[in-house]
Ligand binder design. Structure first.
Ligand code: PEP
Ligand code: MN
Length: 354
């Protein structure tokens, strides 16, 4: 069941209500929905009624009708139906879920300081809101480049200092979550780890937004339940990412599930991002897929960019050249405007790039 509080409820009142529910055998988790808090009471045969809980801050006690109460939208009658708007670092351009479509861009892998720096300055100038780059790479082959690890994290932090761009990077190992969180503004959980439950619990415990990528054979319900793991551990900042699901045609690396965007928006208040690079697997399809995602209402895009894609150590075939990224942004802009949203414009070079 769900306990919905009155607007303006305090943290102390929420704690008091949780204590009462837990004393009756429920395990509880809580999410803010606008000015109210929603407390989900879970467990076997939890039968609570309002009079048993008897707290003046309770507005309603509702049956639990969804398997992902914290991720679900519109559970609370009269509550704000707006999406969650997530700040993703100190830069005001890095906010997901609002009117602006945010572009996260950068190399698949952090390979060395020079390529990271060049890419970061190029994407920043073109209007990207965040820098992506993998330090720990999940590779299908154990012989492929696995990333620079800690050295890659340090490079990301250095380039963030120079450019002011918040950094998104992947964490694969639950034991490394705290360490990666020291360097990253947003923790990426990759498609291969969408149902790595110990990892989801661990990223749920830190106060960093989580970019959760859909597994290529995961249903939307499974994606939302994976997000629920993170939310239930206390981290309310989850971004869902559609990055293509496995189809039958090798002409594309994956099949971009465009319907996922409006379906997720209907189902959840969490922001939705599309990764056209991994969906397409080829650079020439990145722009058209990005435009289609914008038309379908996406909140952000995750795009791979490399200064010399032919020489990339991972995913070069799907990476836009750094020099071409400004064209990508320029062509995308009218589509974003037609969708009633805005896209950040070009920025002057940062001090270090000049
Ligand atoms: C990536 O973003 O570089 C990546 C490995 O993505 P995915 O987990 O979607 O394959
Ligand atoms: Mn990649």
């Amino acid at each position: 069941m769900l306990i919905v509080t009155r607007p303006g409820v305090t943290a102390e009142e929420v704690d008091a209500i949780r204590e009462r529910a837990e004393a009756r055998g429920a395990s509880t988790c809580v999410a803010r929905q606008g000015p109210r808090a929603v407390i989900a009471c879970l467990g076997e045969a939890v039968e609570l009624d309002r009079s048993a809980l008897a707290h003046p801050a309770i507005e309603a006690v509702l049956p639990l009708t969804t398997p992902y109460p914290l991720a679900a939208r519109g559970l609370v009658p009269h509550a704000e139906r707006a999406a969650t708007v997530l700040p993703l670092g100190d830069d005001p351009r890095a906010r997901l879920g609002g009117r602006e479509v945010v572009v996260i861009a950068g190399p698949c892998s952090v390979e060395n300081a020079a390529m990271l720096r060049e890419t970061a300055h190029a994407v920043r100038r073109a209007g990207a809101g965040l820098l992506r780059g993998g330090a720990f790479k999940p590779r299908t082959s154990p012989y492929a480049f696995q990333g620079l690890g800690l050295a890659g994290l340090r490079l990301l932090a250095e380039v963030r200092r120079e450019t002011g761009l918040p950094v998104v990077t992947e964490v694969m190992d639950p034991r490394l979550v705290e360490q990666v969180a020291e360097y990253a503004d947003v923790l990426q959980v990759g498609a291969r780890n969408m149902q790595n439950f110990p990892l989801l619990c661990e990223v749920g415990r830190v106060q960093r937004p989580v970019l959760l990528k859909r597994g290529w054979s995961a249903t939307l319900k499974e994606l939302l339940l994976a997000a629920e793991y993170v939310l239930a551990r206390g981290n309310a900042a989850v971004i869902l990412c559609e990055r293509g699901i496995r189809g039958f045609d090798p002409a594309v690396r994956n099949t971009l599930d465009l319907a996922a965007i409006p379906l997720l928006h209907r189902e959840t208040h969490l922001p939705v991002v599309v990764d056209p690079s991994h969906a397409a697997g080829r650079a020439d399809l990145v722009l058209p897929l990005a435009c289609a995602a914008v038309a379908a209402g996406v909140d952000g895009l995750l795009v791979e960019v490399h200064p010399d894609p032919a020489a990339a150590r991972s995913d070069g075939e799907q990476s836009l050249p750094a020099a071409g990224f400004a064209d990508f942004m320029r062509t995308l802009r009218p589509f974003v405007a037609a969708a009633g949203r805005t896209l950040a414009g070009p920025r002057p070079p940062s001090r270090e790039a000049a």
